[in-house]
Design a protein around this ligand. Structure first.
Ligand SMILES: C[S@@+](CC[C@H](N)C(=O)[O-])C[C@H]1O[C@@H](n2cnc3c(N)ncnc32)[C@H](O)[C@@H]1O
Length: 316
């Protein structure tokens, strides 16, 4: 059964997991999820070992923390923060309670109730010198849950900069956290915080038996490629790396977009043709509340490129 990540990651692959995993091996030894984001793909495959790589240290640290720690400890820490910052807790007290008390105005959800506590929490998190402690991780998780769109986003100074959101630690977030923590217990995983061009990643790749890549897409923009953006050079480096992987007969799959209404990725198209890789069309409709009509009109065609040598497919 597929589980959702506890991180509501922009561009996460949950919705299209059935479509992409059918091109993965039924079982593999070492599965590498190279731009793992919220770990949605890596934690939903059948492998002896999964290596999850991402260059964002805050995300990797948080995922590690939520996977490793005892779930009861995590939840009691969240409950302590909820109490300390006077935040709503609809999973425990019901959403109705807050509505009946007049805190839910228009379609602003729990925003009004949480505004004060959220900004104090954000200030306290941003003031922390060391962002890789249990305390920092739990504050970041709580910020995400009470923040805009349940997203994680930092400015150039590394400060969490999203405003307060409409939701809280509700049943949905609670269930995702538990499912993820349970999946971690039955998965042999390793989180690696590194740029995909590092020697460390190169060594990992050489031992991999399947590599999945979900990089930022060159011709679309998302939160994670705003600060130190994805560009043609990085795209080129990734395509080169995957050509090498294919030559070594390591099977891989790459998610991407070839065309939007306004742009096309010719670099990628040429690389696919030159190497004779397979292209599978993926039916993706980003329907999140942040994905408005303007975005839908961009008519993006999501694709999965596969190459290298693959035998059995059909991961369940
Ligand atoms: C499209 S998202 C991945 C989403 C993920 N597959 C999921 O389902 O949640 C792309 C990820 O690439 C990471 N990234 C960007 N540049 C990178 C780099 N140079 N090396 C490694 N990871 C990078 C970003 O931090 C981001 O998490």
């Amino acid at each position: 059964m597929f589980i959702k990540s506890p991180l509501n990651y922009t561009g996460n692959k949950y919705r299209i997991l059935p479509q992409i995993t059918k091109y993965f091996p039924k079982h593999t030894d070492v599965f590498v999820d190279m731009f793992c984001g919220g770990a949605t793909v890596g934690f939903n495959v059948n492998a002896d070992k999964v290596v999850l790589i991402d260059s964002n240290p805050r995300v990797i640290n948080l995922l590690k923390f939520l996977a490793e720690k005892d779930i009861n400890v995590i939840i009691s820490k969240i409950e302590k923060i909820i109490e300390e910052y006077d935040l709503s807790y609809s999973y425990k007290y019901t959403y109705k309670k807050y509505r009946d008390e007049g805190y839910v105005v228009g379609n602003n959800g729990l925003k009004k109730y949480n505004e004060k506590g959220f900004y104090k929490l954000r200030e306290d998190y941003n003031k922390l010198k060391n962002k890789n402690t249990d305390k920092a991780n739990i504050l970041l998780y709580t910020l995400m849950v009470y923040g805009f769109n349940n997203d994680i986003r930092f400015n150039n100074y590394g400060d969490f900069n999203l405003p307060v959101g409409k939701t809280d630690f509700n049943k949905n977030n609670y269930d995702k956290l538990i499912a993820y923590n349970e999946r971690a217990k039955v998965t042999k995983y390793e989180f690696v915080c590194s740029d995909f061009r590092s020697k460390k990643v190169n060594d990992i790749i050489n031992k991999a038996t399947f590599i999945y890549c979900d990089p930022p897409y060159l011709i679309t923009t998302a939160v994670y490629n705003e600060n130190d953006g994805w560009n043609c050079d990085k795209e080129e480096a990734l395509l080169k790396l995957l050509s090498k992987v294919a030559k070594k007969k390591i099977p891989f799959a790459l998610s991407n977009v070839l065309k939007t209404k306004l742009k096309s990725n010719e670099q990628l198209e040429k690389w696919i043709q030159d190497n004779n890789f397979d292209v599978h069309k993926i039916n993706y409709h980003y329907k999140s509340s942040s994905y408005n009509k303007k975005n839908r009109d961009r008519e993006e065609q999501e694709i999965l490129v596969t190459g290298g040598e693959s035998s059995e497919t059909g991961n369940k």
